[in-house]
Design a protein around this ligand. Sequence first.
Ligand code: IDP
Ligand code: MG
Length: 138
Amino acid sequence: MERTFCMIKPDGVRRGLVAEILSRFEKKGFRIVAMKLMRIDRELAETHYAEHREKPFFEPLVNFITSGPVVAMVLEGPGVIAELRKMMGATNPADALPGTIRGDLATSIDENVVHGSANAEDAEREIALFFKAEEFVA
Ligand code: IDP
Ligand code: MG
């Protein structure tokens, strides 16, 4: 069964959107197989977002993602990697359609509420980066 990595970013936690977002995943039928409230340190943030290291928004992105607790999770379901990306909506909330998480709940590209792995390779890498084997339900 396919798995992906998802994170409710610090703005989502600060704004009290955790239940709203988890509710969407549960209603959709994704299985939550691991989940934790955690603080991301600088090293983890820089590794997680390594693909963006040369981008002008890298420093602000790392500052933001380490600015408060996040809810990290692993979701499981058929086609869950692409399905989650569809539910999240476009990276820039200005382009995200109504009905998507970013379309409904976010207004800024800097603080866009959720992260979801972009593809199977990223999902595998990000799951391993954030979770140990014993953190998964049987
Ligand atoms: P994604 O989160 O939809 O996969 P990515 O392109 O992987 O989007 O970018 C990672 C994160 O970096 C985005 O979610 C967003 O918070 C931030 N970001 C991406 N592009 C920009 C930008 O042009 N300006 C500011 N922040 C950006
Ligand atoms: Mg991405």
